[in-house]
Ligand binder design. Structure first.
Ligand code: MG
Length: 303
């Protein structure tokens, strides 16, 4: 998981908050009070805090919607279809870090793990249930269970790549001390092993492997021709940390030809750098401040 979940736990449920706030400020005499107002307070009693409730819709969409499962499968099916062309064209590379003259290097793909290969929605559901923010400790407990299921279609993609002799590198911001648990999880779900000594390139596994994945992409690109990059976060494709919403959109436009060809992006509405871009350093502030920023970021009309 890229470690930006703390901020998502501070997401704001507009409906919940408006319901409660609306109740608190309901006019007493002038206009007739909404008939639902008194009941609303009672109905919300015992519910998780707005901060915890904030990820409910996103989590439910990933856990229950046929559309999420179908969409993920569709993405991976299209990616599988690209593999033979990518393999045959020795000038093809997905990595901006790929050195010139890499045509004779063995082929590889680089995939992220969380919400790309493995679906951690049950962990997000636990946080809501317990009304807790993300912590490294609870995350480690979840990872150590090694029970995350594959994102629909991801297993088929890795199998197809391996059958074509393509190495699969897992470049993840899970910490190095979670490598064995991660490997155990992928093995248990049927992900085929790699040929290389270590295909799990974890955060801080080497001193220079920071949360910016560029140095790990470089490491792979020096040794393999990278056919595809796959992830659920812009930083899985290039260094985009700290950029605002507009700068991130510009990156998507600038690299328009990559999407669906060499860069394969999965949906993750539950957390990610998209949220940090909105919050711009506000993550550690109160849930109310976070909620206000998010409300301000809504766009009721095209600019
Ligand atoms: Mg991810």
């Amino acid at each position: 998981m890229n470690r930006q979940l703390p901020s998502s736990s501070q997401l704001f449920v507009i409906s919940a908050t408006l319901a409660v706030a609306g109740c608190a400020s309901a006019p007493r005499t002038e206009a007739p009070a909404p008939t639902v107002a008194p009941e609303t307070t009672t109905e919300w009693a015992g519910m998780p805090s707005p901060a915890a409730m904030a990820v409910v819709d996103a989590t439910l969409w990933m856990q229950t919607s046929a559309e999420y499962a179908a969409m993920s499968r569709q993405i991976w099916t299209l990616a599988i279809r690209q593999l033979p062309d990518a393999l045959a064209d020795t000038t093809w590379s997905a990595a901006l870090e790929q050195p010139e003259g890499s045509g004779s290097l063995p082929p590889a793909v680089i995939v992220d793990v969380d919400e790309t290969m493995l679906d951690n929605a049950p962990y997000a559901a636990r946080l809501v249930e317990r009304d807790e923010p993300f912590t490294e400790a609870s995350w480690a407990v979840w990872v150590e269970e090694s029970k995350a299921r594959p994102v629909p279609g991801a297993l088929e993609f890795v199998r197809a790549a391996r059958e074509l002799g393509i190495e699969v590198f897992y470049v993840t911001n899970r910490l190095a001390n979670l490598e064995q648990a991660t490997r155990r999880n992928l093995d248990a779900m049927g992900f085929p092993p790699g040929d290389a000594d270590d295909v799990y390139l974890m955060l801080e596994e080497r001193e220079e492997w920071g949360s910016d994945k560029t140095s790990r992409r470089e490491w792979v690109a020096e040794r393999y021709r990278v056919l595809m990059l796959a992830g659920d976060d812009l930083n899985d494709f290039l260094a985009a940390r700290g950029l605002n919403v507009e700068a991130r959109s510009e990156i998507v436009r600038r690299h328009a030809d990559e999407w669906g060809n060499r860069w394969i992006v999965l949906a993750n509405p539950t957390y990610g750098s998209w949220e940090s871009a909105i919050l711009d350093g506000l993550e550690s502030r109160s849930p109310a401040a976070v909620g206000r920023r998010k409300l301000e970021s809504l766009q009721p009309r095209w600019n």
